[in-house]
Design a protein around this ligand. Structure first.
Ligand SMILES: NC(=O)c1ccc[n+]([C@@H]2O[C@H](COP(=O)([O-])OP(=O)(O)OC[C@H]3O[C@@H](n4cnc5c(N)ncnc54)[C@H](O)[C@@H]3O)[C@@H](O)[C@H]2O)c1
Ligand SMILES: O=C(O)C[C@H](O)C(=O)O
Ligand SMILES: [Mg+2]
Length: 624
């Protein structure tokens, strides 16, 4: 058996050439460096094949000329590192990981588990996704929220095999060509981030690619998107994270973030490049800071198949949970417009939820201007500067529709900038919902104030991620407010054992319940855009999924272990809405007319039959 496995066999002449510089360097007693000046090594690979070949891969040490010669542009973070810097970074991260690996928010071995799973992912994708699908409840918190946040913070020492593409400000004018460096001729799903607001961890720059990878893991595990047809993307337009700007080992552009038209021109070029190469791709925008999240959504959603998960996915999950909370009070969902809702956080997620909740109430009240106006008065919005009212100077235009009128709140003893605790005390809300990224915001004072809620079963949605950013824990909520509440959080918490031995259910109110089904349903319907109706259909499907006895126990979201089933149902609901709105153009051999003829059951079967499963295909070699 040759020392070189057959696919790696290096010809004897090539081997001589590869070792010649080493021999010469040894003779000259200087360290061997494979630099540009020495005789090149001829390789018969390029692009990902060479990155995934441990014999030839140099990772971030590939020079820009090599990256252009070997079709590597965009497959690596933009900074070129020397081999010495690579070793230094590895050792720094190795030491850091030995400390941080014990930093797991609720699992001290979280990072170690992530690394073992990541190695499997790099070695054998089918096995990796079989492990994920079979153990999704146990490992979603590792490959996704909350551990993926820790991964992004420790990114540079963790990812061994580059996964995804990097489009940076330095690539302007090149994107239309470099997009062909990605080896897949078909890409169904792209998750793209610019790293500007990763979970509640803020600006993590190029390290934010970890969130795109984690989201796509769920697209494969929950929605059955073929792993060979997903693409994580990082748009590196710099970072405002001063620590990263000063870190000599940082892999991204060490410049402050682009802004204004320059920033938009980079995103525009990226969108044009990917949709030119893959006209049927769906692009999910993830963890863009709020100042751009809404603008980019409005800029692209009418011309491209795209959506913003933080704005629209979260809104759908929150609506489903809010409707569940109404049912848990023993009331019909049609009572939703009577709920008094206090929201802490008016960013991309908070405003997304508010807009969706107001529209849902308005539809229930008659779906006219008067109904829409009436629904507005059910919300009180608190941000970092307190209660938002019409007296706020320079109010964020996206929050303006929810600015309370002075005369309305004067009677309640509230005013511009009133604190969250004051608002809760005076409003006595049915629902307290947090999307603030501020851990512990629902303090003892705030939760005590909620005891005077006029609801028979107040609901607390501590939706911020990761775990340490949750506005409160279920233990705090149940211990202060008693057993008869509804609790949901963005990251997973264990259920709480109550005083009487009963169980206080800790629901996970996370957009993971919807984004996989939204993507899958859009793909299988062939809809050219993702409409509000399709998103509403997804939310209503999730809300209807819960059985009455579960709701009365305080369970308002499905078990994560049934995520594949709920995704199938959500996708079918999205397909049927796309057909109803005449947006569906069909998928592969299922054309729009046939889609229209499918019954509800047949649509679910159609979706199920198009979900990829992690089973080994039979391989046949062809030398083409
Ligand atoms: N559960 C989910 O599925 C889900 C989905 C999306 C976002 N999130 C989480 O929501 C959080 C916010 O995301 P975003 O994109 O809206 O962030 P953002 O930074 O754009 O918005 C944060 C908002 O919270 C407000 N805020 C800050 N401090 C506050 C305080 N002390 N009191 C009240 N409000 C305060 C800010 O003024 C801002 O309006 C993050 O932690 C994110 O991980 C969760
Ligand atoms: O990533 C998540 O877990 C949910 C959401 O997209 C977030 O930004 O927090
Ligand atoms: Mg997000």
């Amino acid at each position: 058996m040759s020392f070189f496995p057959s696919q790696l066999r290096i010809s004897s002449s090539l081997l001589r050439r590869r070792t010649a510089p080493m021999a010469a360097a040894a003779a000259a007693k200087r360290p061997f460096t494979s630099c540009e000046g020495s005789r090149p090594t001829i390789v018969h690979k390029r692009s990902l094949d060479i990155l995934h070949d441990p014999w030839f891969n140099k990772g971030t040490a590939f020079s820009m000329t090599e990256r252009d010669r070997l079709d590597l542009r965009g497959l690596l973070p933009p900074n070129v590192m020397s081999s010495e810097q690579q070793i230094e970074r590895f050792m720094v991260d190795l030491k850091r990981l030995q400390v941080n690996a014990r930093d797991g928010p609720s699992d001290t071995h979280a990072l170690a588990k992530w690394r073992i799973l990541n190695r499997l992912h790099d070695r054998n994708e089918t096995m990796y996704y079989q492990v994920l699908v079979d153990n999704i409840e146990e490992y979603a918190p590792i490959v996704y929220t909350p551990t993926v946040g820790l991964v992004c913070q420790n990114y540079s020492g963790l990812f061994r095999r580059p996964r995804g593409m990097y489009f940076s400000a330095a690539d302007r004018g090149e994107m239309m060509s470099m997009v062909y460096n990605w080896p897949a001729d078909q890409v169904d799903m792209i998750v793209v981030t610019d790293g500007s607001r990763i979970l509640g961890l803020g600006d993590l720059g190029v390290q934010g690619i970890g969130i795109a990878i984690g989201k796509l893991d769920l697209y494969v595990a929950a929605a059955g998107i073929n792993p060979q047809r997903v693409l994580p993307v990082m748009i590196d337009v710099g970072t405002n994270n001063e620590k990263l700007l000063k870190d000599s080992l940082y892999l991204g552009l060490q410049e402050h973030r682009l802004d204004g038209e320059e920033y938009l021109s980079v995103i525009d070029e990226f969108m044009e490049a990917v949709f030119t190469r893959w006209p049927n791709v769906i692009v999910q925008f993830e963890d863009f800071q709020s100042k751009w999240a809404f603008k980019l959504l409005q800029r692209y959603r009418h011309n491209y198949r795209m959506f913003n998960d933080d704005v629209q996915g979260t809104a759908g999950v929150a609506i489903a949970g809010l409707l569940g909370a109404v049912r848990a009070q023993g009331r019909p969902m049609i009572d939703f417009p009577k709920q008094k809702i206090v929201v802490a956080g008016a960013g991309s997620a908070g405003i997304g939820v508010l807009n969706a909740a107001r529209k849902t109430m308005s539809r229930m009240l008659g779906n006219n201007e008067a109904a829409f106006e009436s629904a507005r008065s059910q919300f009180w919005v608190v941000d970092a500067m307190g209660l938002i009212t019409e007296n706020r100077m320079n109010v964020d235009p996206d929050a303006l529709p929810f600015a309370r009128k002075e005369k309305e709140i004067g009677r309640q003893g509230l005013s511009e900038g009133s604190s969250l605790a004051e608002v809760v005390k005076k409003v006595k809300p049915d629902v307290l919902l947090g999307l603030s990224a501020v851990g512990g915001l629902f303090s003892k004072e705030v939760l005590e104030a909620l005891k005077d809620s006029t609801s028979t079963r107040p609901a607390i949605f501590a939706m911020s991620n990761p775990t340490k950013n949750a506005e409160c824990t279920p233990e705090e909520a149940f211990s202060i407010l008693g057993d008869h509440i509804i609790f949901a959080s963005g990251s997973p918490f264990n259920d709480v054992v109550l005083g009487d031995g009963g169980i206080g259910h800790s629901n996970q109110g996370n957009n993971m319940y919807l984004f996989p089904g939204i993507g899958l349903g859009t793909l299988l319907s062939g809809a050219r855009i993702i409409s509000d109706g399709m998103l509403q259909a997804a939310a209503e499907c999730l809300a209807a999924y819960m059985k009455e006895e579960e709701i009365q126990k305080g369970i308002i979201y499905p078990s994560i272990s049934s995520i594949r089933d709920i995704t199938k149902e959500v996708a079918a609901a999205v397909v049927r809405e796309a057909v109803a709105e005449d947006l569906a153009e069909g998928y592969r051999d299922m054309d729009a007319r046939e889609l229209q003829r499918l019954s509800q059951e047949e649509t679910v079967a159609y979706v199920k039959n198009n979900m990829w499963n992690p089973v080994y295909p039979t391989l046949v070699y062809r030398n083409e």
